[in-house]
Design a protein around this ligand. Structure first.
Ligand code: AHR
Length: 508
């Protein structure tokens, strides 16, 4: 069979809203993400506002970054927030044992993070320390950030230069508690999550959306253990008086092998590694659906959200860089992994309320890579930019009638994926052609509304290894695309091999 996807879409039937938070980000104190990536300090020659570099902020604003998760990751469970407030020269330092064993001087702390979020126009997602912290410490951090008046923590915040409380919508109760966050069992963590969540109070109208640290990959037992506890947490989940958490998160990374010592090069990979990558990337579909099924059994109304607060590709670090800094290049292959993930996320938007790519700058599947004062946008960045119109739009499920597959030694994956959303008088269609060698044709029968093709954009490259560098920053960049046309009621899109495209429609 030639490489094809055929489907039917009812533009007059609304699916779930695609939360803008599915386009969320993650920035950890890891390698050059926070330091150099975001924070250069007020005395830097790199243009900055209060120490935060302006080029990176502008690039992220351009893709409408909706939220930023911080300070980790594994780092969150050894981070003590009190060390990161007050005069910078007086802040104690610590060893970042997870990432490179480097000394962290805490110059980027709570106030700097909140300033960064304000500059980005992004909502903060703070990840609290369960692994090595205390309930009181987490409770105080919430009070410090969100309480007004004359409470002990709000007084301290005021002394540190910020009179008004901030709004903090998202709060993480630990990170990977099954691993770096404490090596706990699901049962142990479930108890602790209830305890910590209880003391993360809603102060002065700041209603926290507490996110419990959920499973790794497809650990459905962890999800089920957490979900079994919801009836004991007290009150309707979304009520401000509810004592528990409102969502649970899972993590899923894409590698080209199970060998952590040899995850594969980011830029020099074989056709076999490419197929292995896509087989593993496609597992996100089964995993999101699997966790959703478990949650449906306990919460059929989907009051509890599913969050994928770490996803993306994880390759060997770039040669010559610190292995603990997780700095990797980003190719057309990474862009295709992102396109595939978003199609899966859109299809599961009823339960999946947030996702955060790991990580925003200079670490793993980054949006932006910096080199001194220079910055480069990655192919993955362009997928976020081209897909931005899906944020908070209404999804329209695609009923597939045909979908080509790759099947080989490594397993199987669909070679073409797509998703559709609309907002008012426009619709956005995303299309990913994972076939490394062959062009593909997508035929979508668009029903229920009249429509016209308004604009199409293509992200393509001569090879899946193509990538951008500071010397060649536009090797992979979006271009105007003439491969989309209307045939009767059918949208026909001819996609080059290994490419990503979006088509904007005007609705009648
Ligand atoms: O993103 C890098 C690390 O991956 C995070 O710190 C951790 O949560 C995960 O294992």
């Amino acid at each position: 069979m030639s490489n094809t996807l055929n489907g039917v879409v009812d533009l007059d039937v609304a699916g779930a809203t695609i939360s803008r938070h599915l386009y969320g980000h993650f920035a950890e104190h890891l390698g050059r993400c926070i330091y150099e990536g975001f924070w250069v300090g007020e005395d830097s020659e790199i243009p900055n506002t209060a120490g935060i570099r302006e080029d990176v902020v502008q690039a992220l604003k351009d893709v409408s970054i909706p939220n930023l998760r911080w300070p980790g990751g594994c780092f969150a469970d050894e981070y003590h927030w009190m060390n990161g407030v007050g005069p910078r020269e007086e802040r104690p330092s610590m060893v970042n044992t997870h990432w490179g064993d480097v000394v962290e001087d805490n110059s980027f702390g709570t106030h700097e993070f909140m300033q960064l979020c304000e500059m980005l126009g992004a909502e903060p997602y703070v990840s609290g320390n369960v692994g090595s912290g205390t309930v009181a410490e987490m409770s105080d951090w919430v009070e410090y950030l969100t309480r007004s008046g004359d409470a002990p923590m709000s007084r301290l915040r005021r002394e540190n230069g910020r009179a008004e409380p901030w709004k903090v919508p998202f709060w993480g109760i630990g990170n990977e508690s099954w691993g770096c966050g404490g090596n706990m069992t699901a049962e142990q963590y479930t108890q602790l999550a209830a305890q910590f969540a209880t003391y993360c109070r809603n102060h002065d109208g700041n209603e926290l959306y507490r996110i419990a640290a959920g499973p790794n990959r497809d650990d459905y037992h962890w999800t089920e253990t957490l979900m079994k506890s919801i009836s004991t947490l007290g009150g309707p989940v979304r009520s401000p008086k509810h004592n528990g958490w409102q969502a649970l998160s899972f993590h899923y990374y894409t590698h080209a092998s199970d060998d952590w010592q040899h995850k594969g090069s980011a830029t020099e990979f074989s056709a076999e590694e490419y197929h292995e990558t896509m087989v593993r990337a496609w597992r996100i579909d089964e995993i999101v659906r699997g966790h959703s099924r478990v949650m449906d059994a306990y919460d059929p109304e989907a009051a509890i959200g599913l969050v994928c607060d770490e996803w993306g590709t994880w390759w060997d670090v770039e040669p010559g860089t610190n292995p603990g800094f997780l700095f990797q290049q980003n190719t057309m292959r990474d862009a295709l992994v992102a396109g595939l993930h978003f199609d899966v996320f859109h299809a599961n938007a009823r339960r999946l309320v947030m996702a955060n790519i790991a990580q925003t700058v200079n670490v793993l599947q980054a949006m932006v890579l910096t080199d001194g004062a220079r910055m480069v946008l990655t192919p993955t960045y362009h997928v976020f930019a081209m897909n931005a119109g899906h944020q908070d739009a209404t999804s329209h499920p695609v009923q597939l009638t045909a979908q080509s597959q790759y099947a080989g030694e490594q397993g199987a994956y669909p070679t073409l994926t797509t998703s559709v959303s609309s907002r008012g008088a426009t619709a956005l269609v995303s299309l990913t052609n994972l076939d490394v060698d062959d062009a593909g044709t997508v035929r979508l029968d668009l029903r229920g509304k009249d429509w016209q093709v308004a604009k199409a954009t293509l992200l393509a490259a001569p090879s899946v290894q193509a990538h951008n560098t500071v010397d060649e920053p536009t090797a992979v960049a979006p271009t105007a695309f003439d491969g989309a046309r209307r045939e009767g009621d059918t949208l026909v899109v001819e996609l080059p091999a290994h490419s990503f495209a979006t088509v904007e429609l005007t609705l009648g």
